[in-house]
Design a protein around this ligand. Structure first.
Ligand code: GUN
Ligand code: ZN
Length: 430
């Protein structure tokens, strides 16, 4: 079956953060041809209709068809405790996060929350996530099997912690290595799943644990590695006390084989000059989590300086430290944080960061994150007039970006008109 989706089309031929908004491609009346789970062509609507008269047509009218959103850092086990009040990072982890993650010892609970999480993220137009699980191997199986049922391209790994976490939420260096290796062998490259080596962060791993996970990553270089870096100043002081001989926070990873091109470093707010230089040299990915950074009170990510220096940057919700599952809300928060640092991110930059830029951060931009022939057909269709407030503002728009920006700033799941996964429409994204 060949499908032809019609509407406004938005894609990218380059990185607008480096090359400007001119690298965005827009058609006011275009089409995306989908065949066998992949995009076969992107062109003007009339052209595609003529060339493919037998294709099944779905006409989305004036709605905007884009690559689906990609969330490069989330904690699916924190779904049920999102928006928990009044704490900062360390006491937030202890008061809310760890007790909730403890519940994932029950595999039925893990399956229940994984399913709920994917239902929520899909309703927001997010077609790929890169998630932490909990220390329990069952939480990883639950995540990947629920993703597999939905045919989603996903990234995740077992969170490893062998200190500074409560009883019942600690593994050991050996069990972290063994469990991670077994899960990696079970899931990595199976269907659309990718395993991610996942030490939570330096305060909850001993040097021994960091070392064995560095070794595991070296043995499986096609895997990504994800962790947290320099999110809050108290956390950084704690890391320095725990690792007195480390040059800086990044060095606690670097010294244990956990710095490399496939590394995803969540937050990266309070970086020292050496850390910035090393991350850039390695072409590692910095993951910006703006709703989390304001919600937990962490600080203002230096999007302008880091993107100008050529860093690879992904955008993410950090659910449930982040206060939303929606990448639209996340783009709005990224805009606001950049404004507080005197940089107005262009809507093309925001959209790119949530699609192709995010795919680039996950080193999956050859498969997902853009509308182009050969790419996997994970798509979102966005209504640019989804609420009365957005509609009356968009009615005044005199170009594409002026029409898109109100949805970026004020949109949510109501803007998501349709979602396609691997070339098939979701029954009802709402
Ligand atoms: N640092 C270590 N663990 C976490 C987490 O679960 N959320 C956030 N925001 N930061 C962390
Ligand atoms: Zn996180």
């Amino acid at each position: 079956m060949t499908d032809l989706l019609l509407g406004q089309i938005l894609s990218f031929t380059g990185n607008p953060m480096a090359e400007g908004p001119g690298v965005a491609r827009h058609s006011a009346r275009g089409g995306v041809l989908v065949e066998a789970g992949r995009i076969a062509a992107v062109d003007e609507a009339d052209e595609l209709r003529r060339a493919h008269p037998d294709a099944r047509v779905t006409d989305y009218g004036n709605a905007l068809i884009s690559a689906g959103f990609i969330d490069t850092h989330a904690h699916y086990p924190q779904t049920a405790m999102i928006a928990s009040w009044g704490k900062r990072l360390i006491d937030w982890l202890e008061s809310y996060t760890f007790p909730e993650e403890m519940r994932f010892a029950d595999p039925d609970y893990a399956v229940d929350i994984a399913g709920r999480y994917f239902d929520l993220t899909l309703s927001m137009g997010t077609t790929t996530v890169c998630s932490y699980c909990t220390i329990h191997p069952e939480s990883v199986d639950a995540f990947f099997s629920e993703a597999q049922r939905r045919d989603l391209r996903v990234f995740a790994g077992k969170t490893c912690m062998d200190r500074n976490a409560p009883d019942g939420l600690r593994d050991t260096p050996q069990s972290a290595y063994d469990d991670s290796k077994r899960l990696l062998e079970k899931w990595h490259g199976v269907g659309r799943a990718s395993y991610v080596v996942t030490p939570r962060f330096s305060p909850t791993s001993t040097p021994d644990q960091l070392s064995v996970l560095g070794a595991l990553w070296a043995e499986h270089p096609t895997c990504l590695m994800q962790t947290h870096l320099s999110e809050q100043t108290d956390e950084i002081a704690w890391v320095k006390a725990l690792f007195p001989s480390a040059r800086d926070y990044l060095d606690t990873y670097e010294a244990h084989g956990l710095l490399g091109p496939g590394g995803l470093y969540g937050h990266a707010i309070h970086l020292e000059p050496r850390e910035r230089d090393r991350l850039r040299e390695m072409d590692a990915s910095l993951i910006h989590c703006p709703t989390s950074n304001t919600f937990i009170g962490s600080g203002l990510f230096d999007m302008d300086g880091l993107s100008a220096a050529g860093h690879r940057i992904g955008l993410a919700t950090d659910t449930g430290g982040g206060s939303s599952f929606s990448m639209l809300r996340t783009m709005a928060a990224a805009y606001e944080i950049a404004q507080l640092r005197h940089r107005a991110l262009h809507p093309s930059e925001l959209w790119w960061l949530a699609t192709q830029g995010a795919a680039r951060a996950l080193r999956a931009d050859d498969r997902i994150g853009n509308l182009a022939p050969g790419m996997e057909a994970d798509l979102v269709v966005i209504d640019l007039a989804s609420t009365p407030a957005i509609e009356q503002r968009a009615a005044r728009a005199n170009d594409l970006w002026d029409a898109v920006f109100p949805t970026i700033m004020m949109g949510d799941d109501r803007a998501v008109k349709a979602v396609w996964i691997a070339g098939r429409p979701l029954a009802d994204p709402d």
